[in-house]
Ligand binder design. Structure first.
Ligand SMILES: Nc1ncnc2c1ncn2[C@@H]1O[C@H](COP(=O)(O)OP(=O)(O)OP(=O)(O)O)[C@@H](O)[C@H]1O
Ligand SMILES: [Mg+2]
Length: 478
């Protein structure tokens, strides 16, 4: 395999100095996850300094380490690439990685669905050409340049997730990524703690268009109420073309019909004037909407839309974002929907739609185990209350809740729905398992910081192993 970065290329990219003769096949910032042949970049974070782990990274097989000073105890022969500042060095590597790339690049952001849509694009495009996409959720000022620095020059497609919590964060990332196609999945209340309105969120997401290559394509949601605002922003940023997806008449990718199944949906859609019928292997209306966006992105980078539509059947919800599993507990068989990675009002509603689409076996119930939605700032109480009022009207039989903000949701539920509450996930886990029944369909959802994954772990831990056939998530997810 040809090198991703030779010493000479990395020095030229960063203006750094140091040892010659090494060649790296990957880039890593975490010494515990260094693969043999990686260039280890020693970043200094609030709690850790990568310089303390250079030795460990080199022992684990790193080809070289980018450093801003020589770590104490480093041997004189250590393959070091010295730069004034390793964050800037990583960014310089990213910029050079993009500069030499002559494939097509997609950048995507949005309030919800970035990782899911990114993984969908990875799957669709990989069937048509060598594709590199950001790993997991690497979407911030470290993850985005890291992903770009990892872009193999010979790939045909690069897909990058960009995220933000504050205005001004997406702009520099998009200018670094320089996409041919910039996609915004949807504007909704999520990560809104530092914003006073959704208009502000939309404006911050629209910064992605400022990085578009000349003549590039902007893709926006036609249904979320921000289509016009984002189209205007794209045009101001000199997008060559704006495409819209959704149910709205005239959308470039338009949903015609959707038939939901517990494990996916059958979709009929018109994409750029052509009709397609396809099955998506991930349940819920939100996945269908994401698929429309993805098909426009596929078209905009010159890949085959029909082939991509046919490949949708292989899409799976990523781990923690809807991955479904049947588990045999001592009391019987349950279906577990693991949404423990993330929660926001829109994502909660999408997940409730999936839960409502299941028909539990005789004696079974629709059970929701919910944790606080974080990062909603001053709107947290209202958002939880409104969601609770909606949940009271849905076919959800039992609700367990975790976290202080969930009290506002629980207060709105029908009395018969309230099954249990705890301040912390660990406390609820022990209550939940014995309360589950044969035939239950169980949704677990909450923001990552609430620790819903612990409850998933406890439920899975109480399952009898031989019966646990699983539908695992898209690989590389999380
Ligand atoms: N179009 C959509 N509308 C509503 N919810 C969605 C949509 N797409 C995905 N979701 C839900 O949003 C949650 C987060 O999904 P995902 O991780 O793909 O989003 P993200 O934007 O990458 O999140 P993060 O900001 O944590 O990176 C999941 O529960 C997923 O099912
Ligand atoms: Mg994400």
């Amino acid at each position: 395999m040809s090198a991703l970065w030779t010493a000479a290329q990395a020095k030229a990219a960063t203006g750094g100095s140091g040892a010659d003769g090494w060649a790296a096949s990957g880039v890593s910032i975490d010494s515990r996850r260094v693969a043999a042949g990686d260039l280890f970049v020693a970043l200094r974070g609030p709690n850790h300094d990568g310089h303390d782990h250079v030795d460990a990274a080199l022992s684990a097989g790193a080809a070289a380490a980018m450093v801003s000073h020589t770590p104490v105890g480093a041997s004189a022969s250590a393959p070091l690439l010295r730069v004034p500042d390793t964050q800037a060095g990583l960014e310089a590597l990213a910029i050079a990685g993009r500069e030499r790339f002559d494939g097509r690049v997609i950048a995507l952001t949005g309030s919800v669905g970035k990782t899911g849509t990114k993984e969908m694009l990875r799957l669709l495009l990989a069937a048509q050409g060598v594709t590199s996409a950001s790993e997991g959720n690497l979407n911030n000022h470290i993850g985005a340049p890291l992903s770009l620095a990892r872009l193999p020059p010979a790939a045909q497609f690069g897909v990058f997730e960009l995220g933000m919590n504050h205005p001004g964060e997406i702009r520099p990332l998009s200018r670094m990524v320089r996409p041919h196609c910039a996609l915004i999945t949807r504007i909704a209340p999520a990560h809104t703690a530092f914003f006073s309105s959704l208009d502000e969120v939309a404006a911050a997401k629209a910064e992605i268009f400022e990085g578009l290559e000349p003549g590039g394509v902007a893709i926006v949601n036609a249904d979320d109420g921000y289509g016009a605002l984002l189209s205007d922003a794209a045009q101001r940023a000199s997008a060559g073309q704006v495409m819209r997806f959704g149910e709205a008449p005239g959308a470039d990718a338009r949903l015609i019909s959707l038939e939901g199944r517990p494990d996916g949906s059958d979709v009929e859609a018109e994409v750029l004037g052509e009709r397609f019928r396809y099955r998506i292997g991930a349940p819920g209306r939100h996945w269908a909407m994401n698929s429309l966006a993805a098909l426009l992105a596929v078209a905009s980078v010159g890949a085959d839309v029909a082939k991509a539509a046919a490949a949708m059947v292989s899409v799976r919800p990523p781990v923690g974002r809807g991955a479904m599993e049947r588990l045999r507990l001592p009391q019987g068989l349950i279906t577990l929907i693991d949404e423990s990675y993330n929660a926001s009002p829109a994502a909660m509603r999408a997940a409730f739609g999936v839960l409502a689409g299941h028909s539990p076996a005789a004696g079974g119930r629709r059970v929701a185990i919910l944790g606080d939605m974080l990062e909603l700032g001053d709107n947290a109480e209202r958002e939880h209350r409104e969601l609770g009022a909606e949940l009271a009207g849905l076919l959800v039989d039992a609700v367990f809740a975790v976290g202080p903000a969930m009290q506002a949701l629980v207060a709105q539920l029908r009395r018969s729905q309230v099954a249990g509450y705890a301040g912390e996930a660990s406390a609820l886990a022990s209550v939940v398992v014995p309360a589950l029944r044969d035939g239950d369909v169980v949704l677990i959802k909450g923001s990552l910081g609430i620790g819903m994954a612990q409850i998933v772990k406890v439920i899975k831990g109480s399952a009898l192993p031989e019966e646990s056939g699983s539908r695992s998530g898209i690989s590389h997810a999380l």
